[in-house]
Design a binder for this molecule. Structure first.
Ligand code: BES
Ligand code: MN
Ligand code: ZN
Length: 500
C-alpha cells in the first residue's frame, strides 16, 4: 500500500473513495461538512434517515454523491461530538475504515480523518497511527493455506489529508516512522504466527540473518558448542530436551556515533514451550508457539529503526530454543551454573524463559550498554494481573521506566509498571543453589523479574512481560506484533535526544 500526505479539498478529490468523519446525532467534521454543502445536504439527509448512527466504528459507503468528483464517500463514525475525540476513538474509527474499504472495490482512498482535531495528539501522531492501523487491519497470514480464504484487498493507494501545507511537511517524517513501525509489526506477527515446526531456533537465526542482509546490520549466531565454551549453563539446560539445536542470535545496528553506548534489546525466543518435564496441560498448548514473540518483537523493532536509519546504536540479543521433555531433558531439582557464575536450582522446567534470558542478559554486559530491555512472554501470572490490555513493566531504574511508560502511551501500546522490591526476592531462596528458578504462585510476574534482576545488576534495565499482549486467542487467534510500537517509539524518542 502506498501512502502520501496532501493538503487537499474533499470535494475536488477524484479518488475512488473519500473518507470523512461524522458524529452521533448528525454532527459533521469539517471535511464532511464540505461534502455536505457541495451535495446540497446529501450527507445530512443520510444521517437523518438513520442509516448511519455516527457511533465510533460505524461506517457507511455512499456512491456517486452529487456535487463531488469522487466515486464513493465513506462516512466514519466518531461517536459523540460533545466530548473531544480521543486517541482511542480515532484509532477505532481508522481501523473500521480500513475494514470497510477492503469490502469495497476501492483501489485508492483519500482519508480526511487525519484533519479531525484530537485532544492532546498532534498531526504527526494521527498520520503515523493511520499508517500503522492500516497495515494492522489489512494484515493476513495465509501463506500456510493452499487456498486463500478471503479476497485480497484491492486498496493500493492511500492519501492522508493534512489540515494545512505546513502540516504536510511536519507529518512526512511521522509517516515514514509509522510505515516502518507497521513493517516491524507485520514482521513480528509473521514470525509469531508461523507453525512451530517451521519457526525453529535455526529458522529464527536464518530470518535474523536475512534481516541483517536487508538492512546492513551485523549478525552473529552463537551455536551450542560455543555456548558451552562460554558457560551458558542455564540456556543449555533448557535446550537439552530438544532435537533442535539452540542458538544465541546477535544483531548489531550501529546508526549512532562511535562513542554512544548501545541500547540492548533482549527477546525470549522459545519457539515452542511444552513445559519440559514439568509438562503443560494439553489445552491450548498450540499457543506456546507464541513463546518466541519477545524475539520476534525485537527483530521487528530493529528492522523498523534500520529502515528509517535512526541515528542510534542498538543491539539485539535473542536466546532461542525449544522447551521439550525427553530422556536428556533437564529435571526438576537439577542445579546448573549460569554464564554469570550463579548457580540455579531448576525446580520447575516450565519456568524456562528466565533461564534462557539470564544468560543472554549476562552476555549483554559485553556491550557496555546504555540500557538493556528484555521482552518476554514470561509468566501466565501477568495475564492474570493485567489481562490482555497492558504489558507488564518492571525496572531497576526510575528514569528508564518513565521513558518506557511515556513511549507506551504515545504509541498506544499500553504497559503498566509492577514493583520490583527486594521483599519479593526471598521467594527465590533455594536450599541447594544460589537461587531457585520459581518463587511460588504469589506475585509470579514479580518474582520472575526478581530472578532476572540478579543478572542485570551491572546496568540500567527494564523487563517487559508480554504474556498477555503478544497474541490473541480464540476466533481471532494471531500474533499482535506488540510491543513493537512501544519499543520503536522509545528508540525514536531516544535518538531525538542528545545523550552521551
Ligand atoms: N511461556 C510461559 C508463560 C505463559 C503462559 C505465557 C501462558 C502466556 C500464556 C512460561 O514459560 C511459563 O510456563 N511460565 C510459568 C512459570 C511458572 C512455572 C513459575 C507460568 O507462568 O505458569
Ligand atoms: Mn514455560
Ligand atoms: Zn515459556
Amino acid at each position: 500500500m502506498k501512502f502520501s500526505i496532501k493538503h487537499m479539498d474533499p470535494v475536488k478529490r477524484r479518488d475512488a473513495c473519500v473518507v470523512a468523519g461524522v458524529f452521533e446525532a448528525g454532527g459533521l467534521t469539517e471535511a464532511a461538512r464540505a461534502l455536505d454543502e457541495a451535495s446540497g445536504g446529501y450527507l445530512s439527509a443520510i444521517l437523518r434517515s438513520g442509516d448511519m448512527s455516527g457511533k465510533t466504528g460505524s461506517t457507511v459507503v455512499l456512491h456517486d454523491v452529487p456535487g463531488t468528483s469522487c466515486k464513493r464517500v465513506l462516512l466514519a463514525g466518531l461517536g459523540k461530538e460533545e466530548r473531544a475525540v480521543e486517541g482511542k476513538v480515532y484509532r477505532d474509527a481508522v481501523g473500521a475504515v480500513f475494514k470497510a474499504l477492503q469490502e469495497t472495490g476501492t483501489t485508492e482512498a483519500a482519508l480526511f480523518l487525519t484533519t479531525v482535531p484530537i485532544g492532546n495528539r498532534d498531526a504527526a501522531w494521527k498520520v503515523s497511527q493511520a499508517a500503522i492501523i492500516a497495515a494492522e487491519s489489512t494484515y493476513r497470514f495465509d501463506r500456510l493455506k493452499t487456498q486463500q480464504d478471503a479476497t485480497p484487498t484491492r486498496l493500493r493507494e492511500v492519501v492522508l489529508a493534512a489540515a494545512s501545507r505546513a502540516e504536510v511537511a511536519e507529518s512526512r517524517q511521522a509517516l515514514q516512522q509509522g510505515l516502518a513501525t507497521a513493517e516491524g509489526i507485520s514482521l513480528a506477527r509473521d514470525l509469531g504466527n508461523l507453525a512451530p515446526n517451521i519457526c525453529t531456533p535455526t529458522y529464527l537465526a536464518e530470518q535474523a540473518k536475512a534481516i541483517a542482509r536487508n538492512h546492513r546490520l551485523k549478525a552473529a549466531v552463537v551455536d551450542e558448542k560455543a555456548m558451552e565454551k562460554l558457560g551458558m549453563g542455564a540456556l543449555l539446560a533448557v535446550a537439552r530436551g530438544s532435537r533442535q539445536p539452540a542458538k544465541l542470535i546477535v544483531l548489531e545496528y550501529w546508526g549512532g556515533t562511535k562513542k554512544q553506548k548501545p541500547v540492548v534489546l533482549v527477546g525470549k525466543g522459545v519457539t515452542f514451550d511444552t513445559g519440559g518435564i514439568s509438562l503443560k496441560p494439553a489445552a491450548e498448548m498450540d499457543e506456546m508457539k507464541y513463546d518466541m514473540c519477545g524475539a520476534a518483537s525485537v527483530l521487528g523493532t530493529l528492522a523498523a529503526i534500520a529502515r528509517i536509519k535512526l541515528p542510534l546504536n542498538v543491539v539485539c540479543i535473542i536466546p532461542t530454543t525449544e522447551n521439550m521433555p525427553g530422556g536428556n531433558a533437564t529435571k526438576p531439582g537439577d542445579v546448573v551454573t549460569s554464564l554469570s557464575g550463579q548457580t540455579i536450582e531448576i525446580l520447575n522446567t516450565d519456568a524456562e524463559g528466565r533461564l534462557i534470558l539470564c544468560d543472554a542478559l549476562t552476555y549483554a554486559e559485553r556491550y557496555d550498554p546504555a540500557v538493556v530491555i528484555d521482552v518476554a512472554t514470561l509468566t501466565g501470572a501477568c495475564v492474570i494481573a493485567l489481562g490482555h490490555v497492558a504489558s507488564g513493566l518492571l525496572s531497576n531504574d526510575e528514569e528508564l521506566a518513565t521513558e518506557l511508560l511515556q513511549a507506551s502511551t504515545q504509541a498506544a501500546d499500553p504497559a503498566w509498571r509492577l514493583p520490583l522490591w527486594d521483599d519479593y526476592q526471598e521467594q527465590l531462596k533455594s536450599n541447594f543453589a544460589d537461587v531457585a528458578n520459581i518463587g511460588g504462585r504469589a506475585g509470579g510476574t514479580i518474582t520472575a523479574a526478581c530472578f532476572l534482576s540478579r543478572f542485570t545488576r551491572k546496568y540500567r534495565w527494564a523487563h517487559l512481560d508480554i504474556a498477555g499482549t503478544a497474541w490473541k486467542s480464540g476466533k481471532e487467534k494471531g500474533a499482535t506484533g506488540r510491543p513493537v510500537p512501544l519499543l520503536t517509539r522509545f528508540l525514536i524518542d531516544r535518538a531525538g535526544e542528545d545523550r552521551p
